[in-house]
Design a protein around this ligand. Structure first.
Ligand SMILES: [Zn+2]
Ligand SMILES: [Zn+2]
Length: 172
C-alpha cells in the first residue's frame, strides 16, 4: 500500500488490516508518492487513473507483488465520469480514491466509520482485480461493480462463494 499525496495513516492502516484479515496477505505501508499532477486533466478537472497506474507500473517497489495507491484526488477513466478506484485485471498496481467516498449520494456527509468501510471495500475490490478476479453478478459480493456510493454501501466486505474459491485457487 502506498499513499499518493497526503493520506491519513489511520486510513492506510484500516485498509492494511482488512487486506491482511480477509485476503490473508501480508501488507506494508510504503513511503508516500508525490501528488500526481502529471495526470491532471484540465478539461475535466480530474485525474486520469490510467496515467497514474501506468506511472506506478514503471516504478520499482522492492519485492512487493501488488501495490495499491491511496489518494484524495478525484479520478476518472475515459469511459466513466468518475471512478472510486481502478485496477487492471492481473496488473501490479491499483488505485483507490477517497474523494467520492466522503459524500453520500444526496450530498450529505457520512460518518467517518462509513467512509473507512467504503475505502476498505474499494481497496479490496481493486486488489481482487489485481489478483485476477472479474466483476461478479452477486450484488452483495465484494467484486460487484459499483457506480455509486449506495452500491458500495450495499455490497459486503466479503467475496461470494464463487469468488472465494476462485481467489483461493489463484493464491494457491
Ligand atoms: Zn471493479
Ligand atoms: Zn462474487
Amino acid at each position: 500500500m502506498i499513499p499518493v499525496g497526503d493520506v491519513p495513516e489511520s486510513t492506510l492502516q484500516i485498509i492494511a488490516d482488512n487486506i491482511t484479515g480477509r485476503f490473508k496477505l501480508t501488507t506494508q505501508i510504503l513511503p508516500p508518492l508525490e501528488q500526481p499532477e502529471y495526470a491532471f486533466d484540465e478539461r475535466r478537472l480530474q485525474y486520469n487513473a490510467g496515467i497514474i497506474i501506468e506511472a506506478m507500473e514503471a516504478m520499482q517497489f522492492g519485492n512487493h507483488d501488488k501495490v495499491i495507491g491511496v489518494l484524495n484526488n478525484d479520478l476518472f477513466i475515459p469511459i466513466f465520469t468518475h471512478v472510486f478506484g481502478e485496477a487492471r485485471q492481473g496488473g501490479k498496481c491499483g488505485l483507490v480514491s477517497l474523494f467520492r467516498l466522503m459524500k453520500n449520494s444526496d450530498g450529505s456527509t457520512p460518518p467517518k466509520s462509513l467512509v473507512l468501510e467504503r475505502v476498505a471495500k474499494v481497496a479490496l475490490h481493486e486488489l481482487g482485480h489485481l489478483l485476477d478476479l472479474l466483476h461478479c453478478e452477486h450484488k452483495k459480493c465484494l467484486m460487484h461493480f459499483s457506480g455509486g456510493v449506495d452500491e458500495v454501501d450495499n455490497m459486503s466486505l466479503e467475496l461470494c462463494e464463487y469468488c472465494t474459491i476462485y481467489l483461493q485457487d489463484k493464491l494457491g
